[in-house]
Design a protein around this ligand. Sequence first.
Ligand code: EPU
Length: 426
Amino acid sequence: MDKFVINGGSRLVGEVTISGAKNAAVAIIPAAILCDGICRIENVPQISDVTNCLRILYEMGASVKTIDAHTVEIDSHSIHSHIVPHEIAKRMRASYYLIGALLGKFNKASVAMPGGCDLGPRPIDQHLKGFEALGAKIALKDGMISVEADRLLGNQIYLDVVSVGATINIMIAAAKARGLTIIENAAKEPHIVDLANFLNSMGADIRGAGTDVIKIRGVESLRGTTYSIIPDQIEAGTFMVAAAATGGDVLINNVIPKHLESISNKLIEAGAEVIEYDEAVRVRANGRLQKCVVKTMPHPGFPTDMQPQIGTMLAVAEGTSVVSEGIWDNRFRYTEQLARMGADIQVNGKVAVIQGVSKLKGAPVRANDLRAGAAMLIAGCMAEGVTEIEDIHYIERGYENVVEKFRSLGADIKRITVPSSISKVV
Ligand code: EPU
């Protein structure tokens, strides 16, 4: 069992470079299955979710060549099976994108139900509604989702809830369907635009990504491409909050400032300074930050994937903050960990009332999920004394070289290995 050990109290100061976006990579890599040629994908983050995604394609028969640390070439013409068994699919939740990709390629797919972070109920009814509208028949049996169509036909699909995953999966499946598919009430996250740009670079005809109506005119075939993934909005946001929360001064390179506006504005509201450059943001703060009201919403609202990090920052802000979660049922588990460090947070359903305390004290804590883990990193840097974080495999699903990046900003952090029977968190 590995842990992060942080000796807190340092201001984070310096420069950090953001990696490629996890949630774009885990959509783009399966979508590469659709093309007949070779896809060269650049700015691929080195994180376990992406390694698992590439491994899934490899185990399905694709050739996956590592060109350098952040570039891969995928040749999927040798994939002949439309079946993804549990042992392969369980590696990551986003393996459900293989349903859209295999359906688009073979007109049929059979994929085991997804795994991933436990954020409460994670239905995929909107994905299935989309596939059905494209003409696929759906069967759920023995933990497998099977979809099959004689030929996918474009259709109009209105999503009942704004879903990132359903929007992506339907876009992938519809790229080669016959005729026009229109997704209404589509999600608008940056990685949706990135996926559309990737598919278009292979010859797809997708318009409107980034708005709530996406039009996909199906094409016969898709060709190989070279494509560079966008920077990770949430990794950037995590370092922005870490800088503000430690009263630091950090230049965060390789970002798209437009993607960070909801986060920048909240930090400014809390009293931090945010300076935007073309491809960087600088965040600095001095003295105690102020309370805020935060409500998570689909893009361009404040991202749910930043809620634990900002909630942690507000745990020591002056006054009473209110944080409402608008997407997931189970996103406040980090507050129990923060309570071990002295935070004063009352959670009632999907609302947390945070009474700012003057400081946090280091303690043994757990990463309950990926973003809860990011919050613990920030808490550990802010706290007085030593914080030990268990279950760091969640953090490593989505943050590349996280120890090195925090350390380069002056954090006193290390990764240690301890016998698995010794846990300090009950
Ligand atoms: N929903 C449904 N039916 C569906 C799909 C979703 O009711 O068919 C509901 C969900 O229960 C949830 C809401 O709609 O309440 C939004 O879910 P969405 O489908 O947008 O989430 P997702 O695609 O499963 C992605 C990210 C998550 C991120 C959410 C919201 C990936 C691989 N995951 O999940 O990222 O929290 O969008 O922005 O893109 C993370 O990176 O830590 C993470 C959890």
